[in-house]
Write a protein of this length. Sequence first.
Length: 233
Amino acid sequence: MNAQSGTSRRVLPLPADVQDLWLRLQTRVVEAVRWRVGYYTELMLPPFPAGGIAGPVATLRQHVVSDGEGRIELEGSAGILFWNPLLEPMTTTAEYARWLAVRNRMFKESRGPYSIAIATTDDDQYVGELTIFPLRDVPQTVELAIALRPAFRGKAFGREPVELVLTWLRETQQVHRVVSRHNVLNRPACFMSTSLGLEKEGVMRSAYHATPEDDVRWQDACHHGLVLDMPSP
C-alpha cells in the first residue's frame, strides 16, 4: 500500500483594496443577473425627469459630485439616527463616489430606491435628500423619507420638496399609494406628513429601530398614507 502525503498550500490574503474591488465586481455581476431575470421588476419607479423638478425655493435633482461634502455632513449630523437608526455614515469622498455611481445607475434603470438631492433653486446649494422606496410586497406603493442638513432644518426645505414629489408622482399615474413612517417621538415629521395629506393611519408597535443611545431596542412608529388616484369628492 502506497501512502500519499498531501501538502497544504498557504494562501496569502489579498490586499484590502483588491478585496474591495473584487466584492464590488461581484455585486455588480449579481445585480446585472437579477435585473436580467426580472428580480427588480417590482422595484421599478417612474422615470425621474432628467432636468429635475424645480420649485420656488427647492429643486429636486440627481446627486452630483459637488454634493459630496454636504452629503457626508448630513450623514454625520446630530439627529440623523432619527431618520435611519441603522445608518453607517460615509466619511470619505471615495465612499461618496461609489455611492453616487450606484445611485445614478438606479436612476438610469428607473429602479428604486431613488435618492433625490434637494438643492436651493437660486444657487443650487445642496440641502439634503428625499428618498423614494418602492415597497416590494405592496403593489404601486412607495414610501417617502426626507433628511436635511442642520442649517436647513425647520424651514421650507422640508415641506416644498415633498409637495413637489407628490405632484410629480400623481402626474405619472403609476403610483397608487404613498406612505411615510417615523419614530413616534419625531413630532415635526408627524405634523408635516398630516398637513401634506398623508393622514395618520395608525401606530406600529415596536416597529422602529431605536438609536444606539436609547435604553430600548425598538420604538413605536407612526404610519401615514395618501391615496394618489382617489377621485376628488
